[in-house]
Design a protein around this ligand. Structure first.
Ligand SMILES: [Zn+2]
Length: 233
């Protein structure tokens, strides 16, 4: 039940109108202010441009760069994204390859000085006799010898049988630079007969190409061995 008098109704209406009017007025003022900001009217250099997207309320501090013209939105990002990672990932050190030196097997490279000197003298003397001596295999790397031995095991079927022809790296005089295999056949024959003059001896019955510095130059060579044996002395 209502018993409002017309006067009271008017009063309420007036209040409503008044409130509405104030609201409209405030809206207009706010709108004007924003418009003024947007147009750059009355704004100083220290004012944040509305279009900068800093959001309502202007909570973002004014741009540090005061030289930016008012109203001109700065397109320069305040912070340039750096591509440099703050934490450098631990770059794994390149694994050091087992640096097994490789040798030119068909030369005196890597041979012991004693073997090299004697061999070169013998090659020169053989040439005077019209005989050519070529180096087929001198110093071998441990890796190469291991490969040769593995192939020999395949071929001969067992460690023992293979080692009659090719010794494992730990036993091979080639890996120590103390043995040389030569060719061709005439060269082998010549060195077998004349090698002792230079201190070079054929060591095995089954390897006419294999020579080592086993005696004092001019002295007789030690008796030949039937074949190589992979055993400690
Ligand atoms: Zn040999």
């Amino acid at each position: 039940m209502t018993n409002d008098s017309p006067r009271r109704t008017f009063s309420v209406r007036a209040q409503v109108l008044s409130v509405t009017g104030v609201a409209v007025l405030l809206s207009a003022l706010v709108w004007h202010a924003e418009l003024a900001d947007f147009a750059g009217i009355g704004s100083g250099a220290d004012k944040q441009p509305v279009v900068s997207g800093s959001g309502p309320g202007g909570t973002t501090p004014p741009p540090v760069d005061a030289s930016t013209p008012a109203g001109t939105p700065s397109r320069t990002p305040s912070r340039t994204p750096t591509r440099t990672p703050s934490r450098q990932p631990a770059t794994p050190k390149p694994k050091k390859q087992a640096t097994t030196p490789s040798y030119d097997e068909s030369s005196t490279e890597g041979m012991s000085p004693k073997l090299r000197t004697r061999l070169l003298k013998a090659i020169g003397a053989a040439r005077k006799d019209g005989v050519t001596i070529t180096i087929t295999s001198g110093r071998r790397s441990s890796a190469k010898q291991a490969k040769l031995f593995a192939e020999a095991v395949e071929k001969y079927g067992s460690f023992k049988a293979a080692s009659r022809w090719v010794l494992p790296p730990e036993y091979s005089a080639h890996v120590q630079g103390k043995a040389v295999d030569i060719g061709p056949r005439a060269g082998m024959t010549w060195l077998d007969e004349n090698g002792y003059r230079f201190g070079l001896c054929r060591r095995y019955d089954n390897e006419p190409w294999h020579f080592e510095a086993l005696t004092t130059p001019g002295r007789a060579c030690p008796p030949r061995e039937p074949h190589a044996v992979a055993k400690h002395d």
